[in-house]
Design a protein around this ligand. Structure first.
Ligand code: 13P
Ligand code: SF4
Length: 359
């Protein structure tokens, strides 16, 4: 896809861009809402109407029926979900249309259908429900809706697992192996009942007996930002900063999650940091823009990135600049919208509505 920001915005200063956005907000009033994920740049969050984790952002998109224009500062799957959950007269825009999620791209609908067919062939599909992480394409959400499954985010994954196990013996979760494993493990599912479907291998690299025995079938997908955190990083900050609190996102690997003091969605992390007393030392295992914003918002606490080695930036979240946002809000009538195909919309909505119900 070719996408270039017009020179008017490219060459503008941050205060000028902010002024463009604020003027558009004044003009549209409640007819436009700017939503921003917690990983967005500080300046983008400063002009947003609502900042949240992916669950909250979908909820707001489904509730703000008076907003004809939903400007979604996040990544593609989030804007798609907003389009699915909002009414037909509402229009959704992704200010930088190139902002995707590499983890979401690890689960392709054809690969998922191949895995499902294997379960059908082994007579296991009727005892299995699919559960897709929010970080997935709309086709996968529609597949879950059609099969009686649902969607979860990191904030309601446990509730979604409970929903599935109340109705089925097996849970097929994609695309984040780590989130799925972390929830399953905390629920006490033993390792010999958890398998990982490798979409690059024949039959997922799992023999029929193991698949029959499995209660949890995970997908071999991961987030390259969160898997950079290692258990050694947790041990190291504990050694160097006695009394440090470690809080991480559940897309981190199990050994990191198990060693942390707290684990949860981006909203959870923001609330956790806010609840610590002044003088606290907090090492955070998630995306750097959230961490920097928290350090800025809480000068009375020491807040820093957990690894001390890598800069955990989500390049896709970072793609959305103030220039992109100003370009979008000043040109809503011609800016490309995010539109989910009608053929899959209803099924995807079914799965997302189940997600909103099981929080
Ligand atoms: P949250 O749902 O916690 O906001 O996470 C979304 C995400 O993409 C984390 O990498
Ligand atoms: Fe995707 Fe990871 Fe970026 Fe979240 S942080 S949007 S999972 S690449």
């Amino acid at each position: 896809m070719h996408f270039t920001v017009p020179d008017k915005y490219r060459a503008a200063t941050l205060p000028e861009l902010s002024a463009f956005v604020m003027e558009a907000k004044r003009r549209y009033g409640r007819r436009m809402i700017i939503l921003a994920h917690h990983y967005q740049r500080l300046e983008v969050t400063e002009v947003a109407d609502f900042i949240g984790d992916s669950y909250e952002l979908s909820r707001v998109a489904s509730e703000r029926n008076d907003a004809e224009h939903i400007v979604f500062c996040g990544v593609h799957f989030m804007a798609e979900s907003a389009d699915i959950l909002s009414a037909d007269y509402q229009k959704v825009y992704l200010p930088n249309p190139l902002a995707g999620c590499p983890m979401a791209d690890m689960a392709d609908i054809d690969d998922v259908l191949t895995a499902w067919q294997r379960l059908v062939d082994l007579g296991l599909a009727e005892r299995t429900l699919p559960l897709s992480y929010m970080n997935s394409a709309a086709e996968l959400k529609a597949f879950c809706g059609r099969q009686g499954g649902l969607i979860c985010t990191s904030s309601n994954a446990k509730a979604a697992f409970d929903y599935v196990y109340a109705r089925a013996d097996k849970l097929f979760f994609f695309p984040d192996e780590n989130l799925g494993y972390n929830v399953g493990r905390r629920m006490g599912i033993p390792d010999d009942q958890i398998v990982v479907w490798n979409f690059r291998a024949d039959d997922g690299g799992i023999d029929a007996d193991r698949l029959r025995k499995a209660r949890l079938i995970l997908w071999k997908g991961h987030c390259h930002v969160h898997t950079n955190f290692k258990p050694e990083h947790v041990a190291e900050v504990r050694r160097r900063f006695p009394g440090v609190k470690v809080v991480v996102h559940p897309e981190c690997v199990w050994d990191v999650v198990a060693a942390a003091d707290a684990v949860g969605s981006t909203k959870f992390i923001v609330d956790y940091i806010g609840a610590q007393p002044p003088g606290s030392i907090i090492a955070v295992g998630t995306e750097i823009n959230l961490i920097n914003r928290m350090a800025h918002a809480h000068p009375d606490k020491r807040i820093f990135e957990l690894s001390g080695q890598t800069c955990p930036v989500c390049a896709n979240m970072y793609r959305t600049t103030m220039a992109d946002l100003a370009n979008t809000v000043e040109n809503l009538d011609v800016f490309d919208r995010i539109v989910v195909r009608d053929e899959i919309k209803a099924d995807a909505r079914l799965a997302l509505n189940r997600m909103l119900e099981v929080h």
